[in-house]
Write a new protein. Structure first.
Length: 367
């Protein structure tokens, strides 16, 4: 088999990084002698997470525009030009056979230059509301893999492939038992376990709400596994106790999911895809501070299927307690949430995306 070279770009948050890593792992499995190079944004989490998984990565000097007036916005045009030039040099040196973008600032310059050089290109859109970078790239790439239906309102219909979102292998094919996971987190049964996920970077409002209401959970004999985010850990580690396990970041999410009976989570597209496979009762608390309020739109696609519950940040104090009590006290309701969300799972998404890449490589990239 020919030795192929794959260039993959995506990052900024776990929602872009982990799909990229999942695709890389599947490519490695299908193309034994392949070379894979990642491109990310300097000083963002991908510059550590990707090497931790055994892949090389190059960094671009690139970032987005801040919503509030800030002097750093003046540098954005310069950063874009610099990143376009560096992307060209990376591509010319690495000579990829296929270029893949999973979103985030760095994927823009890399995929754009690759398409202009007539290289085979694919972008993967995780969200139900397309990001700005991918909407721009959609005009020039050859294939757009999406996780939600009706994405033709953002992208050309003839380029869309409905794949679902790539999910980490350890989540799609979990090996950890509940007992093993309980031991790992030092959980004492027969109480229940609540897993709290504020996204890979943490969530200030969720952290504040949980810290103020720890007594509420303690009274219900609930153990908490709490990913508060690296930025917030120093402020919240004082709440560590036998019943409250706090982490800046949870590396072994398969064990966290296995131990959990209930989950509170942001509604980024990648974590939603994982939660569909995990199939536990979920309360989504979308971040209201993201472009086009896409996390709320993501959550609503699950809620409308009676597969999860959503509580907006501004309604936490008003609605959370009644919603949570219903989930833990009404077994029929919680079981229905689990059954319904599992029906939305796409555990073979990564396989489907790589199959599309294989088809295009075998056909000389002719659609």
């Amino acid at each position: 088999m020919k030795s192929y070279r794959f260039l993959i770009s995506g990052g900024g948050t776990g929602g872009h990084i982990y799909p990229a890593i999942s695709i890389a792992d599947e490519l490695s499995k299908n193309f034994n002698s392949s070379e894979i190079l990642f491109v990310g944004s300097n000083n963002r989490m991908e510059m550590k997470k990707v090497p931790d998984r055994g892949y090389n990565i190059k960094g671009l000097w690139i970032s987005g525009i801040k919503r509030k007036l800030h002097f750093s916005n003046l540098l954005v045009p310069i950063k874009i030009i610099h990143s376009l030039v560096k992307s060209y040099l990376i591509i010319k040196k690495f000579k990829p056979d296929f270029v893949i973008g999973t979103g985030g600032f760095a994927s823009g310059p890399i995929v754009y230059i690759a398409s202009k050089l007539k290289l085979p290109t694919l972008i993967q859109e995780q969200n139900s509301y397309a990001g700005v970078t991918n909407k721009i790239l959609s005009k020039s790439v050859e294939l757009i893999c999406v996780a939600y239906e009706n994405m033709n309102k953002f992208f050309p219909s003839d380029k869309i492939f409905y794949s679902g979102n790539p999910v980490r292998k350890e989540i799609a094919e979990p090996k950890a038992s509940k007992k093993e996971s309980d031991d790992f987190f030092n959980i004492t049964r027969p109480g229940k376990v609540l897993l709290i996920l504020g996204g890979s970077l943490g969530a200030k409002t969720i952290n504040e709400f949980i810290s103020k209401n720890l007594i509420f959970f303690r009274e219900k004999d609930i153990d908490i596994i709490w990913q508060c985010g690296k930025l917030y850990y120093d402020s919240y580690k004082k709440y560590l106790s036998k019943k409250v396990k706090i982490f800046p970041f949870i590396k072994d999410m398969s064990k966290a999911y296995a131990a959990a009976d209930y989950i509170i989570s942001r509604s980024g597209a990648s974590v939603i895809s994982e939660l569909c496979i995990v199939a536990k009762p979920v309360i989504f608390i979308p971040s209201p501070n993201l472009a086009e309020d896409h996390q709320t739109k993501n959550a609503l696609t699950i809620v409308k299927n009676n597969a999860a519950v959503m509580v907006k940040e501004k309604e936490l104090n008003k609605l959370f307690f009644s919603v949570f009590n219903k989930i833990i006290n009404d077994k029929n309701f919680s079981d229905e949430l689990s059954r319904s969300i599992k029906l939305l799972a796409k555990p073979d998404a990564t396989f489907k995306i790589v199959e599309q890449i294989k088809i295009r490589l075998q056909n000389g990239n002719k659609l």
